[in-house]
Design a protein. Structure first.
Length: 220
């Protein structure tokens, strides 16, 4: 029985490590996608798109690990919530990875066209969103609901930047007589929207962590 429990605890630790690895992968994918856009590096954008398969494969592996733990160990209370939370978390991480691919596709589409505006707000949004991913995953591993709450509240900053950027880019779309300018503005608006969704998924993770630890549902 002691050996079985020890093996079970090792499986839980391995599960945590896999989730952190997946989180690190999607966080890096978001960062590199914005870098590809800013540097207008089409090769980097294509590499990010190709590497998304690794994220998908890891998601399936983690999901399988979770299902085996549920089936073989029949965890109760806190452990059950933790494993259920892990399944929800990897779903949000996979979607973050998809948004990194979406941004990379736009970076490849824009290519080396002259940018219609300096990229200041979009990298700032990405920086905050990346920090949210890390913060919520740290909260997951540490079982720290207060860190999760603090990280979730950061979403307001991303929303504020998005709203301001939306107005600015819509001005390009509506007022520019140049089709290329309006098209690029629309593409950059999509990038901003994808980053806003990345922050939303990070918030979802934070809310799941709070529920995992406290058993209470909170929305941010």
């Amino acid at each position: 029985m002691i050996v079985t429990r020890r093996a079970y605890e090792q499986e839980l630790r391995a599960l945590n490590q896999d989730i952190l690895m997946m989180g690190s992968m999607v966080e890096e994918a978001v960062h590199l996608a914005i870098e590809a856009l800013a540097r207008q590096d089409v090769d980097l954008a294509k590499k990010i798109i190709e590497n998304d398969r690794r994220v998908d494969d890891l998601e399936l592996s983690i999901e399988e690990r979770c299902l085996k733990l549920l089936a073989l160990q029949q965890p109760l209370a806190g452990d059950l919530r933790m494993i259920a939370t892990a399944i929800w978390v990897i779903t949000d991480l996979e979607r973050i990875g998809d948004h990194a691919v979406n941004i990379s596709e736009i970076a490849a589409r824009i290519g080396n066209q002259p940018l219609i505006k300096p990229l200041i707000d979009i990298p700032r949004m990405a920086e905050i969103a990346e920090g949210m991913i890390k913060g919520c995953l740290d909260a997951f591993v540490a079982r720290d609901p207060e860190l999760a709450r603090k990280t979730c509240r950061t979403d307001d900053q991303v929303d504020k930047i998005y709203e301001e950027l939306f107005d600015e880019l819509m001005g390009f779309i509506v007022n520019s007589p140049d089709t290329r300018t309006s098209t690029q503005a629309a593409n950059l608006l999509f990038v901003a929207r994808f980053l806003e969704r990345v922050a939303d998924h990070a918030t979802n993770i934070g809310e799941r962590v709070i529920y995992m630890v406290t058993g209470l549902r909170e929305s941010y």
